[in-house]
Design a binder for this molecule. Structure first.
Ligand SMILES: NC(=O)c1ccc[n+]([C@@H]2O[C@H](COP(=O)([O-])OP(=O)(O)OC[C@H]3O[C@@H](n4cnc5c(N)ncnc54)[C@H](OP(=O)(O)O)[C@@H]3O)[C@@H](O)[C@H]2O)c1
Length: 367
């Protein structure tokens, strides 16, 4: 088999892996194809958390044709009992003779162990085709495993002059219906959605995905003094869709109890500065194995997240409106950068026209 053929097969496996987005986390997205005599004889992908892994699905699809075949998989096969038995055992039982993997699994209970088991059993193991693409696909998983924090996406809608809202706080609606539908799709695959107390007070958002996506996000308000109103949409719906108020030590016990009695969870952020408090919250979300978290404003929360270097991906909708006003909220506050050379950059940004809005998205590059 030549390297170009291997890359083509791995590209197909990556396409399959991506189908699991939003349904498999905190597991990685994984795709697999089984090839015999130059033909694909079985395909599979990890479809949902707790369900069978990609290799097992592809082996089942291939049936007896897996014997003596090559198996292409986007991530090292697991070699431990988790929610399902080890994939290495299924591969050995199927009689596959060659395994090509795009990358090693950084998860400590695998981390090369899957490859070693297969090699010890006499299989040919090759690692590397489309490794960069595979690592990019699972960047959120890799961040959670390596740093214990979720992948953070910041989304905002702003005017052409860079504002999130008018000087009176009005922001409905800056972006088009079509742009907002994209936001609902993003929400539907998130583990949590964060807003600052300013946005919760001024916009009174629901922070739900409409229609529902594959998962329901925990709705989180950073609310140092626990002043979220009992009449807010968030508190009124907290018994149906979970709400967490992230509070500071200055929150009165009375207010924490009030929110808890209304069905909200409260979490005490540690540290004095905004950055420290944000990081303590992200560490907690990581402990809960949350993989993807959406930051939905406003400017002050965006500022803290950028200052902390914790924005991994940006989705900005730029509307062809100009509202002006020195007091109108700009998209990102916080400390910001002192020099252009230290600005966050979007690496290879994708730009689209969404019903008149310019949609810019991309992953951030650290200065
Ligand atoms: N166009 C858009 O996409 C969009 C999206 C969202 C919001 N908005 C607009 O943005 C405006 C609100 O933005 P904003 O900047 O005033 O408020 P914000 O960022 O929503 O909330 C800021 C407040 O959150 C609290 N907070 C607690 N911990 C924090 C932390 N670690 N980092 C940052 N904040 C923390 C602080 O108040 P406490 O310390 O008192 O808790 C802070 O004053 C509204 O007009 C809204 O309509 C627009």
């Amino acid at each position: 088999m030549d390297a170009r053929f291997d890359c083509r097969m791995m590209a197909r496996a990556l396409e399959l892996a991506a189908l699991g987005e939003g349904s498999v986390e905190p597991n990685p997205m994984v795709g697999c194809v089984i090839v015999r005599d130059g033909q694909i004889v079985g395909e599979g992908w990890h479809r949902r958390f707790g369900g069978p892994h990609a290799e097992v699905m592809a082996i089942a699809a291939a049936g007896p044709a897996a014997r003596g075949a090559s198996l292409y998989v986007t991530l090292e096969p697991c070699c431990h009992f988790g929610k399902t038995p080890p994939c290495t055992e299924a591969i050995l039982a199927a009689g596959v003779s060659r395994v090509v993997a795009a990358q090693r699994d950084p998860f400590p209970r695998v981390d090369g162990g899957g490859f070693r088991q297969l090699q010890a059993a006499g299989l040919t193991v090759e690692v590397g085709p489309l490794e960069t693409q595979a690592a990019q696909l699972n960047a959120p998983y890799r961040k959670l495993v390596s740093r214990g924090r979720p992948w953070m996406l910041a989304k905002w809608a702003m005017t052409l002059d860079g504002k999130l809202a008018t000087r009176t706080g009005d922001s409905r609606w800056i972006s088009s219906d079509a742009s907002r539908r994209i936001v609902h799709q993003i929400r539907g695959r998130m583990d949590a959605i964060l807003v600052g107390s300013g946005t919760a007070r001024i916009d009174d958002p629901q922070l739900t995905a409409r229609p529902n996506g594959p998962r329901t996000a925990l709705r989180i308000v950073l609310d140092s003094k626990a002043l979220l109103s009992d009449h807010s949409q968030l508190v009124r719906t907290a018994r149906e869709i979970p709400v967490l108020a992230a509070v500071g030590t200055e929150a009165a016990a009375y207010d924490r109890t009030r929110l808890e009695a209304a069905g909200c969870e409260t979490f005490l952020m540690s540290g004095d500065s905004r950055t420290e408090r944000l990081l303590s919250l992200l560490d907690e979300l990581g402990r809960r194995r949350m993989t993807n978290v959406l930051i939905e404003g406003g400017a002050e929360l965006h500022g803290t997240c950028f200052d902390a270097g914790e924005v991994d991906e940006v989705h900005a909708f730029i509307s062809p409106r100009i509202i002006g006003g020195a007091k109108a909220t700009a998209a990102v506050a916080g400390q910001g950068c002192d020099l252009i050379s230290r600005a966050f950059l979007l690496r290879e940004p994708q730009v689209a026209n969404i019903d008149g809005d310019i949609y810019v998205r991309g992953r951030t590059e650290r200065p």
